[in-house]
Every structure is written in C-alpha cells, then in structure tokens.
Design a protein around this ligand. Structure first.
Ligand code: TGC
Ligand code: FAD
Length: 394
C-alpha cells in the first residue's frame, strides 16, 4: 500500500485566493508542487520507519521555508507573514512533522536570534540557518515543566568568559540532528536567558526519544547539559525573562494556525474524492445525506478557519496581532483539523485506517499539534484571561 498518486487540489470555498497577492500564490504553488514531488512519494514509508527524511532540508531552504520573514540582510527571503502562513499550510498538508521542522527553524531558532541576538550572532548563524546548511532546535520544555515553563530548573553560573550550563530539556523537535540549540535557562538570580549551545560543546548530548505514535516523521530528542561551558558571546543579549521564549511561541503558533488548516484540507480533499468514487448500495456514498452533512460541515469549518488566519496574517503584517488572538487561531485551527480528520477517516470506512490515504497519519500528528506550542487547555485559558482580565493558570 501507499505511494499512491497525490491528487490534492486545495480548498478555497470563499475565493480567498482573490485576497492573496501574485507573490503569495507563487509561493503557495511552488510549495504545493514541491510537496507533491518530494514529500508525498516517501512520507508514508518515512512515517512507518519513524524517520525525518534529511533530504528535505535543502528543498525547504530553497523554498524559503526557513525564516520566511527574516530580512535579506541576514540571508532570509524577507517575505511577509501571509507568505509564512501559506508556506506552513502547504508543508503541513504534506505532513505535520515537515511543518514542525520549518516552524522550529524559523520561529524558534531564527526568530530569537534575529530579535534578541547581537549583530555578530545574527551574521554568524542566520544565513546558514536560512539555507538549512545549519539546523537548530529550541529547548524550553523540561521533564517537570511543560505548560509551566517559568518553573524551569535548567541554570547557568558565571565562570569568567563563559558560563557553566546544567539541566535537561525533553520533547525537543530536531534535537537529534540539530547543529545548534537555542536553550532557555536561569541565571544565578533566577532570570531566564536564551543561550546558543553548539553541538560538540563538552557535556552536551541529545539522546533521541523513541516510541511516538504521532509526528513520527519528525525527530524528537532530549537536550542534556552536564556542566557545559558556554561562551558568554553565545548568550542572547537583547531580551531576558519568560517573555523572551513566549515571544518566539507567538510566531510559531501563528504558523501552526495556518499549518493545521493544510492537514484539514488534505483530509477533506481525500474524503470528497472518495465520496464520489466509492459505491455502496449502487450509489456513490457522496449521494447519501449523512455523508454530505460531514462534507458540508468540513468545508464550512475549513473556510471559517481560513478567514480567521488570513485576518490574523494581516494583523501580523501590521505588527498588531496579540498573543491572545494568536492563541485563539492556533486552538481553533487544530481543533477544527482534528474533527475534520476524524470525520474524513469515517468516510473512508476501513480504507481510512490504512496508509493508502493520508488521514490516519494526519489525525495522529494532530494529537501532537494540539499539545505542543501550548495545549488546547492553555490556549483556552489565554482567551479566558484576555476577555475577563483574570488569570486561571495558577
Ligand atoms: P505570565 O506571568 O503570563 O508571563 C510571564 C512574562 O511573559 C510575558 N508574556 C509574553 N511576552 C511575549 N509574548 C507572549 N506571548 C507573552 N505571554 C506572556 C508577560 O507579560 C510576563 O512578562 P513580565 O515582564 O511581567 O515578566 O507567565 P505564566 O508563568 O503565568 O505562564 C503563562 C502561560 C501558561 C500562558 C505560558 O507559560 C505558556 O504559554 N505555556 C505553554 C508552554 C508552551 O507553549 N510551550 C511550548 C514549547 S515549544 C514547542 O512546543 C515546540 S513544538 C514544535 C513545533 O512548533 O512544531
Ligand atoms: P503538562 O503541562 O504536564 O499538561 C498535562 C495536562 O494538564 C494537559 O492536558 C494540560 O492542558 C493540563 N494543564 C496543565 N496546566 C494546566 C492549567 N493551569 N490549567 C488547566 N489544565 C492544565 N517543547 C520544546 O520546548 N521544544 C520543542 O521543540 C518541542 N517539540 C515537541 C514535539 C512533540 C512531538 C511534542 C509532543 C511536544 C513537544 N514539545 C516541545 C513539548 C510541548 O511544548 C509540551 O508537551 C507542551 O507544552 C505540554 O507540556 P506537557 O507535555 O508537560 O504537559
């Protein structure tokens, strides 16, 4: 099974294409072709083997999917936020793990270096990260601190021209092969800082985590720091405190709000085609009202989410999107995609559980997407806090 022809056509019920510029459409279409040619033929096999195909890295760099909005002076493509969105949508249409690799590199590695780094750090790392010559990962989550990163225990102590870093991070996407890690740890006063830790530094290891039934085509690992000497020149100088990593999450969550729609579009597209081809009781199953209800609701929910993220993209381009707006969009898109995947899975009957169709894989992936970058509950609480002015976290 698997390695069937990719017949994805996209979903645009409300003519949202008319709101996109020619450049957005060119970027979207290039990514769509690349996914069809490079991802679809091998994704099911990679997923089964639980491998991230490293040959995708060069293509992602060429597409501009690493730091799409990073300015050209630092080697980035200098695109706008809607370009970033359509790229994430097309990549996640291929697989959430693929989009994760691009999200982490863009919003969690390049973004903090660009926003909080020194000029020297920006020129040293960003151009290589933009092409994929160098890959990065982002260490915030710890074994005992997931939703509550402010409680982290990873720490560093002053030792002259360098600091000594200790602690551990887990659930870190791309850790097993990353060349650098942007790591968040507390100084002796308990204030959080970002440090660029390079592979090869003494005492730094990145064990792979195994056994995931979700996001299998993405490498996940731990970051272990055992008295790692990190030069002070590798500390991000321009922002500290929990707000620094949370600012990166805003950017990544925005990309996910578009990305999850890509996964939903792929499930809907497959279900719509199947409903016209699959015959039962001498009729295509798409002629039954119950199946039409599922399709009608799917395309309605996809369309609502598309309009929300498009408007959010405009607000991001103006620099006025709020954390709470981004949370709402991330939560809405992922929940919507999970529901669409489950309905599409049912519409495919038994075939829906096989790798002949992408649906079960998207559904399993989305169980990670609904958890990482802030769980479904956390995003609801962010909205709740925003509308009431009262925090229900602690
Ligand atoms: P709280 O007291 O609310 O805030 C602490 C300080 O941060 C400021 N702040 C922000 N600043 C910038 N951007 C934001 N989005 C910000 N949100 C808050 C805030 O103003 C405050 O500043 P200051 O100066 O007063 O100190 O923090 P809290 O401890 O109550 O926690 C709030 C909470 C729960 C919302 C937050 O910690 C949270 O978002 N938790 C979820 C953790 C999470 O999302 N982790 C993701 C890890 S990375 C990942 O999953 C990658 S997956 C791979 C992929 O992306 O594909
Ligand atoms: P917990 O925080 O233990 O939450 C458990 C449950 O309790 C959840 O349902 C949660 O919603 C609920 N809960 C927690 N607090 C509250 C509250 N105050 N009120 C109500 N309910 C609450 N992290 C990184 O730093 N970098 C990465 O690259 C990265 N990649 C990841 C890749 C994958 C595949 C996965 C699965 C995770 C990744 N993560 C990464 C970690 C991810 O961000 C965390 O898993 C996530 O933030 C949740 O933390 P937790 O798993 O510890 O759950």
């Amino acid at each position: 099974m698997a390695n069937k022809e990719d017949r994805f056509q996209g979903v645009d019920y409300f003519n949202i294409d008319d709101l996109l510029t020619d450049e957005h459409k060119l970027i979207r279409d290039s990514a769509r072709v690349w996914v069809r040619q490079e991802v679809s033929p091998i994704i099911e096999n990679a997923y089964e083997k639980a491998e991230f195909p490293r040959q995708w890295i060069k293509g992602l760099g060429e597409l501009g999917a690493f730091g799409p909005y990073i300015p050209e002076e630092y080697g980035g493509p200098g695109l706008d936020q809607i370009s970033y969105g359509v790229l994430m949508q097309e990549l996640e249409r291929g697989d959430s793990g693929l989009r994760s690799t691009a999200s982490v590199q863009s919003s969690l590695v390049m973004y903090p270096i660009w926003k909080y780094g020194s000029e020297e750090q920006k020129h040293k790392y960003l151009p290589k990260l933009a092409t994929g010559e160098m890959m990065g990962c982002f260490g915030l989550t710890e074994p005992d601190h997931g939703s509550n990163p402010g409680g982290m225990v990873s720490n560093f102590k002053d030792a002259g021209d360098h600091v000594i870093l200790n602690g551990a991070k887990m659930w870190i996407s791309n850790a097993p092969f990353a060349d650098i890690a942007v790591v968040w740890a507390k100084d002796e006063a308990g204030r959080i800082h970002g440090l660029i830790v390079e592979r090869g530094m003494e005492g730094f290891t990145t064990p792979t985590m195994h056994g995931k039934w979700s996001l299998r085509a993405s490498d996940t690992g731990e970051l272990v720091f055992d008295n790692v000497p990190v030069p002070k020149a590798n500390i991000l100088p321009n922002k500290s405190g929990l707000g620094a990593p949370l600012g990166c999450l805003d950017s990544a969550r925005y990309g996910i709000s578009w990305g999850a729609i890509g996964a939903a579009m792929d499930c809907y597209d497959s279900a719509l085609r199947y409903s016209k081809e699959r015959m039962q009781f001498d009729r295509p199953i798409g002629s039954f009202q119950l199946q039409q209800k599922k399709l009608a609701e799917m395309v309605t929910e996809i369309t609502k989410a598309q309009l929300m993220v498009f408007r959010l993209g405009q607000l991001k381009n103006e620099g006025i999107a709020t954390t709470a707006q981004i949370s709402m969009a991330k939560r809405n898109s992922v929940e919507m995609a999970l529901i669409v995947a489950r309905e599409a899975r049912q519409m495919h009957g038994a075939m829906g559980i096989t790798n002949e169709y992408p649906i079960m894989r998207h559904m399993m992936n989305l169980e990670s997407v609904v958890t990482y970058e802030g769980t479904h509950d956390i995003h609801l609480l962010i909205t709740g806090m925003d509308v009431t002015g009262l925090s229900a976290f602690k």
